[in-house]
Design a binder for this molecule. Structure first.
Ligand code: NAD
Length: 267
């Protein structure tokens, strides 16, 4: 049976990588999608079909999806995203905060004394402030609508990172932004538990996507394998099981969790 049947899901950063895999998997589980990205065809995913955007592919497979062009770091854009979702479907059940960036990676990554203020500000805006904005407007809507038939009122899933849980000799602004997302997850979970809104995070290890290619292309394969003792570096598909579960009714008693999905990176 379909585990997200009839649920309305916003997925940010849906054009590429993890967001694309999650949006497609959610549709396969019976959810109706709102795909939000800067570009419909960011498609930096190493695996994705070149010419078909995520929302087009969902429709081709018989699912329901709309695309809303969105800069998740802009308050007006996020307010518009929520408005478009409600115009189309009348409600929002699931929010996946997945859009993210990692700037000025290199070999070795820039240390904090070499990092520009602009890189810090942009990274924090796209990776962390975005989660504040989407949560603010989506929760506002969830509080106005009738609860889901399960009795719960919503499921928020934030894509943090192993680098939001532990340190690493890598981009400092990225690590700080992902740490912010992890603790905001716990805070939102506690603030809205009494109204039945779940808020959990997934903390992936390294996954083969555009960010990965740009950030860790210089790290040697043996080192990457050692960081992820179980199966080495992941693929976007390795994240979808956790993303479906945390948005499903099966997660009834789960909130405020930052779940590593990382091949043992943080074990
Ligand atoms: P990706 O680059 O393939 O996908 C990111 C998507 O976000 C792109 O489609 C991009 O257009 C979109 N995006 C970027 N800025 C945006 C903005 N301002 N507004 C709206 N959309 C925007 O990378 P990915 O690996 O799929 O990353 C998805 C998430 O997973 C990110 O939050 C990333 O930090 C996190 N993550 C990735 C890895 C990894 O190794 N790939 C590891 C841990 C966490």
């Amino acid at each position: 049976s379909q585990r997200l049947l009839g649920k309305i899901a916003i997925v940010t950063g849906s054009s590429s990588g993890l967001g694309r895999a999650i949006a497609l998997a959610y549709s396969g589980e019976g959810a109706h999608l709102v795909c939000a990205d800067l570009r419909p065809d960011a498609r930096a995913d190493v695996e994705a079909e070149l010419s078909v955007t995520t929302h087009e592919l969902i429709k081709k497979n018989g699912g329901r999806a709309i695309y809303v062009q969105t800069d998740v770091s802009s308050s007006e854009a996020v307010e518009n995203l929520v408005k478009k979702a409600v115009e189309e479907y009348g409600r929002i059940d699931i929010l996946v905060n997945n859009a993210g960036i990692s700037l000025e990676a290199g070999n070795p990554p820039l240390k904090i004394h070499e990092t520009s203020e602009n890189v810090w500000d942009v990274t924090m805006a796209v990776n962390a402030k975005s989660v504040f904005l989407t949560s603010k407007f989506t929760i506002g809507q969830m509080l106005k609508q009738d609860p889901h038939p399960s009795g719960d009122r919503g499921w928020i899933i934030n894509i943090s990172s192993v680098l939001g849980l532990i340190g690493g000799t890598t981009v400092s602004s990225y690590c700080a932004s992902k740490g912010a997302v992890a603790n905001l997850t716990r805070q939102v979970a506690l603030d809205y538990a009494d109204v039945g809104i779940h808020c959990n995070a997934i903390c992936p290890g390294y996954v083969q996507t555009a960010i990965f290619v740009n950030t860790v292309k210089f790290v040697d394969d043996k080192k990457l394998q050692a960081l992820h003792p179980l199966h080495g570096v992941g693929s976007p598909q390795d994240l979808v099981g956790a993303a479906i579960f945390l948005a499903s009714n099966e997660a009834r008693w789960i909130t405020g969790v930052c779940l590593p999905v990382d091949g043992g990176y943080t074990a």
